[in-house]
Design a protein around this ligand. Structure first.
Ligand code: S3P
Length: 738
């Protein structure tokens, strides 16, 4: 494989070509760079400015002996320049280009060469500036910018790799896609916006009052039309080159604009709000994607590292993030109810935001979230519309399992997908009982996501005895039961969280409870209302353990949900000797809440009662930290469900504790933990938010720093965890280095 370019020839030494040679000037990767421009003086200027090594007067001189040739000329000149280059190129030379449309380049190559030779690699650096010419060349123009290469099926891998390396050496992120896809994407993201900006400015400038319009035009007009100052000739050429893809996206846009016009004319608030809230949501979503914090698949690959230091305190009064389970359900039931549902305290974490986005994609108008406030314009049980593509649920098992129930009864097909962790989690537990209700669901190997759900299937009620204590399975079947004929009954082997039942009843959809069985009749109706989401006891749990194990700690956690099916962590910690008191108890929207005060106490090890396991199912990672600090031995059994959470929480915690010098006995359904000191060390959360936060708490009693890798997913359930931890006196920071 070639590792070096002895001679790099740039045809068209302007901003784009000049920035490439400048960026590679002091890099051993390139022996000599040679620049050619139509006006020789410009190439000479490039040499004087130190942009390129040598200027040449003819194309022949530039390309003879060159190993790599970059064509950085206007798209309309491709054919002519290629014809001039062809007779003088070495047979093994690699030719690439920098044109904004790729189909036109490939067509020009075909015309000149008869076919596209394997050593030609079409490319497009997405970087530029309003300035042009060799004087505008910048060594860092490509740093952190994207370069798209569009190889063909028979493009030589060595040639591709050489071009890829060349751009990477300039600091660019190199992507690959097909020629057609490139032209479609660019038509939508670049060419159409330019067309609109040119058109808007031209239309308004032709107006009689144009002076006023331009004089008083404030930020909106200026922002929207900034790109109308771009080079007219270049853009003319681009629209000629990418005509078909531009017309396709322009037609779609024109249709959208026409229906928005109708909505404005007929004062159709629902339609206008629908467009605006969806657009705003999508725009925020892009901003997050670009800044690397989004809940979408591509972004969570970053290794966010927490550094947790010993010596912190745990004092004060805080309100932790909203309850994740209730937040998911507030959106789901609000969307399927009649009328408007107003939610307060909504968790703006990635999981619940993914649920919100999914309903927007199915045509539900949702305003917010703004500081935990969301307004959902319910569409009724049968008002959802087909989503434009697969529904992405991020890291959320709750999302995928509850959605599978409510989508099984829709008239349209859907596909549910998730991130790497979710893609490994078992879905057969919901797919199997749903199938026995009449649903048609395909899953991947081993019953894993993606789930493909066929629409238009008549469902019938069943009685299902759950083999495991799972609120997600129960909720999934109750949601499907709303679309089923007759009664759906679900019996649980042990009590699990009952937020779905409470919220359904609150919205007027009757759910009966008979011992361990919850049941409802199909084809009912929900009326939206107000939902006050309490703080998540699962998030509060980190601070409850933090306060319990830290000398002199005294912490109050405000407005925490105290649903009896969720308070296992309080029961377990109290049995271990924790000092926990509850005040201000009240009921909000059918859910009990209260303030929890926790003070330091010396804990003792216990055998955790198995009936508490489902009631504390998400709190075990941090309870294991409490166990390490508790005198004697703590034994957990009957908790095999922990192995199929966001990670295998038994093994991942045992591995992390081992890194801190704590030995544990791992069992198939639990763990035995003895009191131990903890050293500092490096641990891995395996993308599991609760593991990351549990080890942050461990540092309070460790003898050295704990470096926790893979913490990006803390944003799924508790986006401001680090901020609140610091506020109470813990020493946790982001980006400590692995
Ligand atoms: C949840 C139920 C639990 C829990 C999860 C949230 C819910 O899962 O672990 O974090 O909102 O219904 P299982 O039903 O799998 O136990």
């Amino acid at each position: 494989m070639r590792q070096r370019i002895d001679k790099l020839a740039v045809i068209g030494l302007g901003l784009i070509g000049g920035s490439l040679t400048l960026a590679l000037r002091n890099d051993d990767f390139v022996g000599e760079s040679v620049g050619y421009t139509l006006d020789y003086n410009n190439a000479k200027l490039g040499v004087e400015l130190g942009v390129v090594d040598r200027a040449v007067e003819t194309i022949e001189e530039a390309v003879c002996d060159a190993d790599v040739i970059l064509l950085a000329v206007p798209v309309k000149a491709f054919e002519e320049v290629l014809a001039q280059i062809k007779p003088h190129m070495k047979t093994c030379a690699v030719l690439t280009d920098a044109g904004s449309a790729k189909g036109v380049f490939v067509d020009a190559v075909r015309k000149v060469f008869g076919d596209v030779p394997p050593n030609i690699v079409p490319g497009h650096p997405i970087a530029g500036s309003e300035k042009s010419g060799v004087t505008a060349a910048k060594a860092d123009l490509y740093v952190n910018h994207k370069v798209i290469l569009t190889p063909l099926a028979h493009t030589d891998t060595e040639a591709l790799s050489l071009v890829r390396t060349m751009w990477r050496r300039c600091g660019a992120n190199v992507l690959e896609m097909s020629v057609q896809h490139h032209d479609d994407v660019l038509a939508a993201t670049s060419h159409l916006p330019h067309l609109l900006a040119f058109s808007l400015v031209d239309t308004l400038a032709g107006d009689q009052d144009n002076e006023d319009i331009f004089r008083y035009a404030a930020g909106g007009f200026r922002d929207f039309t900034r790109i109308a100052a771009s080079d007219p000739v270049m853009w003319h050429d681009i629209f000629v080159a990418n005509k078909h893809a531009t017309l396709r996206v322009l037609d779609r846009f024109t249709e959208g604009l026409a229906s928005l016009r109708d909505a404005v004319e007929s004062q159709d608030s629902q339609a206008m709000l629908g467009v605006f809230t969806r657009a705003r949501g999508a725009r925020e979503h892009f901003t997050k994607v670009l800044s690397g914090q989004s809940y979408v698949k591509t972004m969570n690959t970053d290794n966010v590292v927490f550094k947790a230091q010993p010596g912190g305190e745990v004092c004060g009064s805080i309100r932790v993030a909203g309850d994740k389970s209730i937040s998911h359900r507030s959106i789901m039931l609000g969307a399927l109810a009649e009328g408007v549902t107003e939610v307060e305290g909504f968790l703006e974490g990635e999981d619940s935001l993914a649920t919100l986005q999914a309903f927007r994609d199915m045509g539900v108008v949702i305003e917010g979230p703004t500081q935990g406030r969301v307004r959902i314009h319910g569409v009724g049980l049968n008002g959802l519309q087909p989503p434009p593509g697969p529904i992405y649920l991020g890291n959320s098992g709750t999302g995928m399992r509850l959605f599978s129930g409510l989508l099984a009864g829709q008239a349209f097909d859907t596909e549910l997908i998730g991130d790497d962790s979710l893609s490994k989690r078992p879905m057969e537990r919901v797919a199997a009982p749903l199938r026995s209700m009449g649903a048609v669901i395909d899953s991947s190997e081993g019953g894993r996501p993606p789930l493909k759900i066929k629409g238009g299937q008549p469902l019938k009620g069943i009685h299902y005895d759950m083999p495991m204590a799972s609120a997600q399975v129960k909720s999934c079947l109750l949601l499907a039961g709303m679309y089923a004929e007759g009664e759906t009954r679900v019996t649980e082997p042990a009590p699990t969280r009952d937020h779905t039942e409470r919220m359904l009843n609150g919205f007027g959809y009757k759910v009966l409870r008979d011992g361990a069985t919850a049941s409802l009749q199909g084809n009912g109706q929900m009326i939206g209302g107000k939902i006050d989401v309490p703080s998540d006891i699962s998030s509060a749990a980190f601070f409850m353990v933090a306060a319990s194990i830290t000398p002199r700690a005294d912490l109050t956690l405000e407005h925490v949900g105290l649903n009896p099916t969720r308070i296992g962590v309080i029961n377990i910690l109290r049995e271990m000797g924790a000092d926990i008191s509850i005040t201000n108890e009240k009921k909000v929207g059918g859910e009990p809440v209260g303030d929890i005060r926790v003070r330091h106490a010396s804990l003792k090890g216990i055998h955790i009662p198995e009936d508490q396991v489902p009631l504390a199912i998400d709190e075990f990672p941090v309870l294991f930290i409490a166990a390490v600090c508790a005198e004697g031995e703590t034994v957990l059994s009957g908790a095999e469900e922990l192995r199929v959470k966001e990670s295998d929480r038994i093994q991942v915690m045992a591995d992390g504790l081992a890194q801190l010098g704590v030995r544990t006995d791992v069992k198939p359904d639990g763990i035995v933990i003895r009191q131990s000191s903890m050293s500092g060390g490096t641990v891995y959360s395996h993308g599991d938010h609760r593991i990351a936060m549990a080890f942050s708490v461990a540092a309070l009693r460790a003898q050295g720093d704990i470096i926790i890798n893979d913490c990006a997913n803390v944003a799924t359930s508790f986006p401001n965890f680090v901020e609140l931890a610091s506020r109470v006196g813990m020493k946790v920071s982001v980006g400590g280095g692995a």
